[in-house]
Design a protein around this ligand. Structure first.
Ligand SMILES: [Zn+2]
Length: 146
């Protein structure tokens, strides 16, 4: 290891940012309605609240609040990492801008509690040549229940 972080690419384009600095948390790529102010994730062309097409890209998060969650005892799809082979959490997370998103959770079942603050992070699930393929997960805020 040279100490240099490996390049990262998202599993799928258009859903979250991959900051150059690995210490910087990712943001979710959503939409804001410029007429009524409602936020959406994922992106959409027409506002689901007022049907306006006057929408723009908006960055959401990286913070969130855990609304509800469950754990599945099934390997994380697409991952070759051994730590993902026994299952993973899925949470419904309220973003500060309003949308409630369903996202994978990073951590063990006992790390999570409804209502706790979370923060988005990028988690490598496999390699693609010289790059790590990453997904966005929400983890307990450092210093929390982790
Ligand atoms: Zn609207």
């Amino acid at each position: 290891m040279s100490g240099t972080a490996r390049a990262r690419r998202p599993l799928k384009q258009g859903y979250f940012t991959v900051p150059e600095n690995p210490a910087e948390p990712p943001k979710l790529m959503g939409t804001v309605c410029k007429d009524c102010g409602e936020y959406f994730f994922p992106k959409r062309v027409v506002c689901a609240k007022c049907l306006s097409e006057n929408t723009a890209d908006a960055m959401l998060g990286p913070q969130g609040t855990l609304y509800s969650y469950t754990f599945v005892h099934f390997p994380l799809f697409g991952s070759t990492k051994v730590e993902h082979s026994t299952g993973y959490g899925v949470g419904q997370v309220d973003l500060p801008e309003g949308p409630r998103v369903q996202v994978p959770l990073a951590g063990k079942q006992e790390d999570f509690k409804v209502g706790m603050p979370l923060v988005a992070e990028l988690d490598p699930i496999r390699e693609d040549g010289d790059k790590d393929v990453v997904i966005l997960r929400f983890a307990p805020v450092a210093g929390g229940a982790k």
